[in-house]
Design a protein around this ligand. Sequence first.
Ligand SMILES: Nc1ncnc2c1ncn2[C@@H]1O[C@H](COP(=O)(O)OP(=O)(O)OP(=O)(O)O)[C@@H](O)[C@H]1O
Length: 309
Amino acid sequence: MTSPLALEARALTKSFRTRGSDSVRAVDGVDLAVRQGEVVAVLGPNGAGKTTTLDMVLGLTRPDSGSVRLFGVAPDEAVAAGRIAAVLQSGGLLGDFTVGETVEIIAATHRDPAPVDEVMRRAGIAELGGRLVSKCSGGEQQRLKFALALLPDPDLIVLDEPTAGMDVESRRAFWSAMREDAGAGRTVLFATHYLEEADAFADRIVMIAGGRVVADGSTAAIRAQASGRTVSAVVDPASVGWIRDTAPGVREVTVRGDRVEIATDDSDATARFLFAHSDAHDVEIVAHDLEDAFVALTSSATAEKETLR
Ligand SMILES: Nc1ncnc2c1ncn2[C@@H]1O[C@H](COP(=O)(O)OP(=O)(O)OP(=O)(O)O)[C@@H](O)[C@H]1O
């Protein structure tokens, strides 16, 4: 059974005026649906439109067109009801308070906050209560923001590049706190440009580039959609041109030493052809990795946008 939607965004667009009379179309027709309990990564390179999309989802920026519903209501209504919380890139913490004081103060602004000790433990900052915020590392401050976001016990938590600028150790600590929390059934939507974070943590990846969704699915599905496979084999160099023109599914052929590498949409058919019609041997079939998919999908979308300008 599929769970109901936590988020439904339809045909979102947003342009910003830049210096002079130019405008930048930051988001260009984004559809995004997230089911309750899903952990979804919005993955894309710098400037792809991730922050603008999340800001519209949270009701912080009004779309030029399109609509957003969170749990069936408008974003501001869902936020006011304490169903949504966010960890944003911007938004400061006060350095002169301790971590514990910060959580206490913000808890006091909520009608029915989760217990302070519990959110600090869940965010992995239970040991940092007495530390001044100004003495916390970037990663510790992000975990403090995460604790604050947990106070209203939200159904959906939105995080915009929560681990930007953290070292590997801090990122690991952050995600381990997040993962434990998401396991409890909370819906999580996060933006990142770290492919490995999206791959390791999300159930599903929505890849955006040039303000558009260029892929949406499980990591495995995105890999398959973007890149197909490569069939490589040792062949007689004289037959490379003929293979390129004749074999089924071929997208691109590259020769490396005595091997030919064939990027193909149908690796089975390509391999069968090689066995049946050539002297190919030492045949290998390799699925492209997510990194290849990311580069292929985002670069073609960005290039398309450039040509439209
Ligand atoms: N307030 C603004 N005024 C003008 N242009 C803006 C504004 N906000 C965003 N943009 C532009 O819109 C595009 C998308 O920006 P956005 O911040 O949404 O991307 P992003 O994917 O979050 O990037 P990053 O990973 O660098 O944070 C960029 O070209 C950006 O320069």
